[in-house]
Write a protein of this length. Structure first.
Length: 183
């Protein structure tokens, strides 16, 4: 399977010693001749939205999107009718990136949107042209169709589920420690 917007990237056991992408599941939001962009779906931060924006009375979780532009907030949602200027990237799952943040703040304040429809990330994961393909050839990533609801996943289990779904023989990796270099 080839990488494309809307696909999942699942880190292989080859990345078990990588402190950033170890046991990661990422959602590709862009893949073209200019490079690739994705967001880690299973790396929650200790931050909540109201920690970063005290004027928003929302306790929505913020997630680690990746190691690029970690001081910038990104968001994926399925509310294009409420959030104008969003960019579609996965029509199958009705997923959009970005949009009018001031409007999002107001919708959150009014209680019209919640974590069942939007996910916030600090940073993103990015690759230069050809870099992701090289990493796939080096067996760092498996590519899968996105068959999950990104707004309702168990971050502790999603990598384990996906690694076994790719190949049942990968069951041995389900119990690998998150930080094997600490063992």
């Amino acid at each position: 399977m080839k990488p494309s917007s809307g696909k999942l990237l699942v880190s292989t056991p080859e990345l078990l010693m990588d402190h950033i992408f170890n046991q990661s599941v990422l959602l590709l939001s862009e893949h073209n001749d200019r490079g690739s962009m994705a967001f880690m779906l299973n790396k929650p931060l200790i931050l909540r939205l109201n920690d970063v924006f005290p004027d928003i009375p929302s306790n929505i979780q913020i997630w680690n999107g990746g190691p690029v532009e970690t001081s910038n907030l990104f968001y994926i949602h399925n509310l294009p009718e409420l959030i104008p200027h969003a960019i579609p990237f996965d029509k199958t799952n009705n997923l959009y990136i970005g949009g009018d943040f001031q409007l999002i703040k107001q919708l959150l304040k009014d209680g019209l949107i919640d974590e069942n429809h939007i996910r916030f990330f600090l940073g993103y994961s990015g690759w230069a042209p050809g870099q992701l393909q090289d990493e796939i050839k080096e067996k760092a990533w498996f590519i899968m169709p996105n068959d999950i609801n990104i707004f309702d996943i168990n971050p502790r289990n999603i990598w384990k589920e996906k690694i076994v779904a790719i190949n049942p023989e990968n069951v041995i990796w389900k119990n690998a420690p998150l930080n094997p270099h600490l063992n």
